[in-house]
Write a protein that binds this ligand. Structure first.
Ligand code: UDX
Length: 433
């Protein structure tokens, strides 16, 4: 098949490369000439393990093409995926202006007798129906469109694996033709098929992200109980998670969830609920607990480090294996500590330059994690990159001015830390001193 992706972010570019790898001819439309040139030259722009290799392989095979033009790609495509951003507006609603703008451009360039237009962007219920209206209003005579919603569930850091091995492939449409063609296109991809109507497909994506965010906030809430009562949150959640009805996955307590999806999608679902006159208390609480998780962790550091103002910070991205810092808990914690006049020596395997663009000379940047620790009074871990998990703790102790570690992701064992002589503060567990 010939396919077009509009948008080359995590979802657009990764799925475009995956479909090209299956042998399809894939167009990717962007709107920034500089980025299109980089993509044409094999630079994926975003940091995602394995993506550069997959991109180069399919560029060399001439299966993937990048352009800012709509005419040829849309004219010859069987399926067009809209995969542009839906960032939150100031009030939390999803901003759909780009989705509708590209839908107009698609409709003006349709040439085939039938084209399937499928939205991969996360959009509120009813958006695909509005896209359909736009397409039908502006399309040339003798062309037909069928609209579908195919939400994407990939995670940053494991995006290629996730797109090839999803738990489910959701195809929502009111058109049998669209469902059949999309079923055919997704044939090489694993996972159960969920064939449904447009509105359900749209709500499935928000529901999944809100449920995952709820699990995380619930784990964080229980960590607050543990800190006050002397219980150990990891033991509590391990035992609770053994109940198959609950499960342990996505209940890792920490310094809060971030990224381009959970914060935005929980907010958007609240807005959708408010517009429907629903009580959104549960989702409001998910957001509130996430804010408290970040605040509690920063407060812990500020309270302990009286008079000691030099800190080493390990991990700045919102999660490991990405350079993405959108809504990263690190942004909140760094700002909170800077307000308190801490001097911060930061290290991250991938996200330093993105943080530098935001914070500039307010932080001291290091390429070596141990150099950042040298002469600091404590180490703060904000992201659980693998390279931190088995770091040389004895070396850290010898480099720190005081043997203090704040672990925002519970990657170290409290007994081991105590044995090594650290004052160790983690999430939902008693400090060891
Ligand atoms: C998420 C969804 O998982 C994915 O299905 C969807 O398509 C996009 O949004 P992503 O944002 O890439 O993916 O990362 P994810 O692994 O879900 O982590 C999101 C945030 O939650 C991170 O900040 C992470 O540190 C935090 N998290 C995750 C926890 O704090 N505890 C957990 O148990 C799991």
């Amino acid at each position: 098949m010939t396919i077009t992706f509009i948008g080359h972010g995590y979802v657009g570019l990764v799925t475009a490369c995956v479909f090209a790898d299956f042998g399809n001819k894939v167009w990717v439309i962007g709107h920034t000439p500089e980025k299109i040139n980089r993509l044409k030259n094999g630079d994926p722009i975003i940091y995602e393990p394995g993506l550069k290799e997959l991109l180069l392989k399919n560029l060399n095979a001439k299966r993937i093409h990048f352009t800012s033009e709509y005419t040829t790609p849309i004219g010859e495509s069987d399926v067009v995926f809209i995969a542009v951003g839906t960032p939150p507006k100031k009030n939390g609603e999803a901003d759909l202006s780009t989705v509708f703008a590209v839908a107009e451009k698609v409709s003006q360039n349709l040439e085939k007798k039938i084209t399937i237009v499928s939205c991969k962007s996360t959009v509120p219920v009813g958006t695909n129906a509005r896209i359909e209206k736009i397409l039908n209003k502006l399309k040339p005579k003798k062309t037909h469109v069928a609209v579908a919603s195919c939400p994407e569930f990939l995670r940053e850091g494991t995006a290629i694996y996730d797109s090839l091995n999803p738990d489910r492939v959701v195809i929502g449409s009111d058109s049998d033709r669209a469902k059949n063609i999309l079923m055919q296109l997704h044939k090489p991809i694993d996972g159960k098929r969920v064939i449904t109507d447009l509105a359900s497909a749209e709500l499935i994506k928000y529901t999944s992200n809100a449920m995952l965010a709820t699990k995380i906030s619930f784990a964080n809430l229980i960590s607050f109980y543990c800190e006050k009562t002397g219980a150990d949150v990891e033991k509590v959640l391990d035992a609770v998670g053994l109940d198959k009805r609950i499960g342990r996955i996505f209940m890792d307590p920490g310094v809060g969830y971030g990224g381009s999806c959970f914060p935005k999608d929980v907010k958007a679902l609240i807005k959708i609920g408010q517009a429907l006159n629903l009580d959104t208390t549960l989702l409001d609480a998910v957001e509130r607990v996430n804010a408290i998780a970040k605040e509690n962790f920063a407060r812990k550091i500020i309270d302990v480090m009286k008079g000691e103002k030099n800190l080493a910070i390990w991990g700045l991205s919102f999660k490991p294996n990405t350079d993405d810092i959108r809504e990263a808990p690190s942004l909140f914690v760094l700002n909170r500590l800077l307000e308190q006049k801490f001097s911060l020596s930061v290290y991250d395997p991938a996200a330093t330059s993105n943080i530098n663009n935001l914070f500039g000379s307010k932080l001291i940047y290091f390429d070596d994690p141990y150099e950042a620790v040298k002469n600091s009074s404590a180490l703060v871990v904000l992201t659980e990159w693998n390279e931190f998990k088995q770091a040389d703790l004895r070396k850290i102790k010898s480099l720190l001015k005081k043997p203090i570690v704040f672990d925002g992701r519970n990657i170290y064992d409290p007994a081991l830390m105590k044995g090594l002589g650290f004052s160790y503060y983690s999430i939902g567990r008693q400090p060891t001193r």
